[in-house]
Write a protein that binds this ligand. Sequence first.
Ligand code: M6R
Length: 607
Amino acid sequence: MCGIIGYVGFLDAKKTLIDGLQTLEYRGYDSAGISYFTDDGIQTIKTIGKVSVLRELVKAQADDIVSTCGIGHTRWATHGGVSDTNSHPHTAGKVTLIHNGIIENYQELQRELEEKGKHPVSQTDSEIAAMVIDDCYQGDPEEAIRLATGKLTGAYGFCIMFEDIPETIYAVRSGSPLVAAHTEKGSIIASDMVALVSHTKHYFVLQENHIAKITKDEILVKNEYGDLYGPTIHHISWDVGAAKKGGYDYFMMKEIHEQPEALRNTITPRVVHGMPDFSTDNVPDEIFTGIHRIVITACGTAMHAGLIGRNMIERLARIPVTVEIASEFRYQNPIIDQHTLLITISQSGETADTLAALKLGKTKGAKTLSVVNVKGSSIARESDYVLYTHAGPEIAVASTKAYTVQLSLMYLIAFRLAYVTKNISEEETRGYVENLMGIADKVEDALSYDSQIENISKRLTLSDHIFFIGRGLDYALSCEGSLKLKEISYIHSEAYAAGELKHGTISLITDNVPVVALATQPDVYAKVISNVQEVRSRGARVILITDINASVDASLCDHQVVLPETSPLFTPFVSAVVLQYLAYYVSVEKGLNVDQPRNLAKSVTVE
Ligand code: M6R
């Protein structure tokens, strides 16, 4: 949700910022802009459109200008429409800033400023923040930032330049992420490591309400009391290639193909002598004992991973689990106490609603465990315990590899939990683990289904509505398949529990309406097939996904996708690949930007 970057050092700042913004573009792509110090003060170039448009503009307008310090922004619009004026950076008096987040009380602050005769030129909350900082500025930037942020409510990550303090950037955050690094080529700060990784593998996370003063020689951080603070340095294990397309047309396709490796990286360190083991993650068995219920909370795809997790935990460990959409959970005064294990799932570790749900759970005394991809992210830091998925950076807005690795950890949690609570024997546990250890190979097999799914997809591009149906694990998968499809193809789609369709929604099934039916679970196979017959007899075009042992009457469907042979409980991993391909190819066939679907951003740091 908005990408921000600041650089000061020995390189060309304009180029460094724009290259960085290109890597951050997945966070928002409504508009882009940079501001940089020159001999004539701070210059700003900003425009609606993507970073490539900005790059051309900067080339045309400022190619010969030398600058070694600046800030850059790629926007996902919240307050104020998509326009050049509403683009960042925003300047007010001596202050120029970029902002990621939302200032909730901006109208009240605007009224106060207007009473002093100060009027904004844009419709953004961010410009009001710039005006408040400028209003507080009496020559001491840190004091101004401290005073101003004391007046703001909401979420923010700011990079700020003061006209009279050249070659210096100040940064502060609350709620929105910022990571920073000092290297021999200067200092850099950004919303995400992907913008830093071409410069360094060592970074630190700016803590909430700390203020960083960034110059080419150093980054000085002060805590909320104004004392110097030595941040913890982290190291990333992936390199710059992981954040590039590597020959694929889209990041999404690359990331689909990275799933076997991501699964191996995530599963293998948690299997010791054939048993699930979280000791290297410092997650003790005690968090699995003495709990009466589990609440899983997350958003979007991560929430769908939670649905699969619930199925596995309840099935194997016989502990009641609810899966809560984080944005709902936090406002429903949930019933949780010290006997509740709260599991949060998040790729970015920064999703505002998930983070708030986690904080709420903690205040109510729940034990907290998070499944997170980004190291050192807010959700990881806020949780009692963390299990990191080792997917590497996920750049495409549509989540693929992050989902399957989340599944793998939910399976491992279910196994360990069921084992320590004595609901499954050691032998059974070993059997499950063995299957999971083999799942990366099965996913690899499923990757070869690309041309089959591409052919099927070609027939779906003109559809207005597509339905996904299934039961149990397959219903959870349907939810994910449907989200993926609508997100990147803009075709309306719904996921339905197969047996529920006849309670209303079947009225929407008419001639040629595509229904993707998942029938991979032997215990409910016959039931799903009956539901398929129901839609078939209303004219639906059926795409049936089954396991290899299903005997299917040819008249039942238009297309059958037979999954690689996989033990039934583990088919979600391979079904996921088929559904990812389906969404991908429909989007490609429609000529859409697969990686950057309209209106969306990768990391949702606003509520
Ligand atoms: O970073 P998170 O996993 O917390 O993000 C949650 C959702 O915004 C995310 O899963 C979203 O639904 C996907 N991009 C959809 O493909």
